[in-house]
Write a protein that binds this ligand. Structure first.
Ligand code: FES
Length: 116
């Protein structure tokens, strides 16, 4: 199957199996900043913004997407121009092992989008 979406501002055609979750589709297309943790909606490591709303990508079937807008942690800042939330994680040494950090950055970003 295939669908067209926008990921981090770029139009992308995703190819996927009918029963595939968005988590695995994103990772299969190179968006490895979206981490695979529990795969049952508990840990938040796979958090992304889908049409501006924070969702666990492990709970979304890719087949339900069409012309949707996806933002991952890699889409809100770069290594040389990090988003203020990413910079705050660095400044505070908040990365710990780093595995869940992209999900926590997205959670913080979503919080500030809703509560500026
Ligand atoms: Fe844990 Fe998605 S992988 S919530």
């Amino acid at each position: 199957m295939k669908t067209l979406v926008t990921i981090n501002g770029k139009s992308i055609e995703l190819r996927f199996d009918p029963d595939e979750t968005l988590l695995h589709t994103l990772r299969n297309h190179g968006y490895t900043e979206v981490k695979s943790g529990c795969e049952e909606g508990e840990c938040g490591a796979c958090l992304i913004l889908l049409n501006g709303k924070a969702v666990n990508s492990c709970l979304i079937f890719t087949a339900t997407l069409k012309n949707d807008n996806i933002l991952t942690a890699a889409g809100i800042g770069t290594l040389h121009e990090p988003h203020i939330i990413q910079q705050a994680f660095v400044d505070c040494g908040a990365v710990q092992c780093g595995f869940c950090t992209p999900g926590m950055v997205i959670a913080g970003y979503a919080l500030l989008q809703d509560n500026p």
